[in-house]
Design a protein around this ligand. Sequence first.
Ligand SMILES: [Zn+2]
Ligand SMILES: [Zn+2]
Length: 311
Amino acid sequence: VLNEFASGVGRLAAGLANVYFVGERGGPWAVVDTSTKGEFEAIRAAAEKRYGADARPEAILLTHGHPDHSGSALALAVYWNVPVYIHKRELPYVTGRAEYPPPDPTVGGFLGMAVRFVNTEQPDLTGYVNPLPDDGTVPGLPGWTWVHSPGHAPGNVTFWREEGRIALVGDALATVDLDDFNQLIVQAPRLSRPPAPTTVDWLAARKSILRIAALEPLALGAGHGVPIVGNLLGTDLTMFGEDFIIPLKGRYVSDPVRFNENGIEYLPPIVPDPLPKRAAGIGLAALGVGLGVYLWRKKRAVQGKHDGAST
Ligand SMILES: [Zn+2]
Ligand SMILES: [Zn+2]
């Protein structure tokens, strides 16, 4: 289901991450992020519904190259025969030239546990992918600019439109508390830190949040969570950035990864993982059972409501 949360911007919750459709029907449009591998059909169908059967975007834009944002980019780029754009600092990881720093399971939280099992296979977009122009313009989307917002990833960018003050921030922050399993189910919109296990420079991440806050957005769509809209968003974001809580422990917390244009320049040493894989697996299985029970109850509650309404 596509939801238009700001003028000209629709959001599709595709699996693990959000996909944004930017632009009106009949005009130039682009896709921002492509979720994981396997979401091709969902994204293609949503695009067709929004823009028409033969409509083709000007470009596919990636906020960064992590596989939950770039996973379906190649299939879509081939299908539409359109270019993909990403910040130049992300290029090595989406062209098979370098690997991202390994996710840190020791940072804690729900994702810290789940990341032990996540497929981190990187797509190779060679032949389709290009760097975003240095002048800050966004190919195919007049009126939009990009703002470098690193910390989570070296080349995470925020796509920004002054008109309507709309920010698509990628994983500079999230709008759902990814560290709390219950919040992941409820999806209550809330300014939250970026996905922790793959955030490799926390001070830079904090600076990026303050940089986005200074834009004073009225609508904010992140890679994960329901978008947040409102007049107080800029103020809330500034407060969130100033009070931003950096994790207490974790491989990259006090010793950030350093990058150059070819990939990783310095990788902090591994810290011992206190939770072995098997124990984490048992924990995840228990959460899975919990989720099943929750969804079953929710379904029953919804059915109950419908029954009540019809009488
Ligand atoms: Zn990411
Ligand atoms: Zn992500």
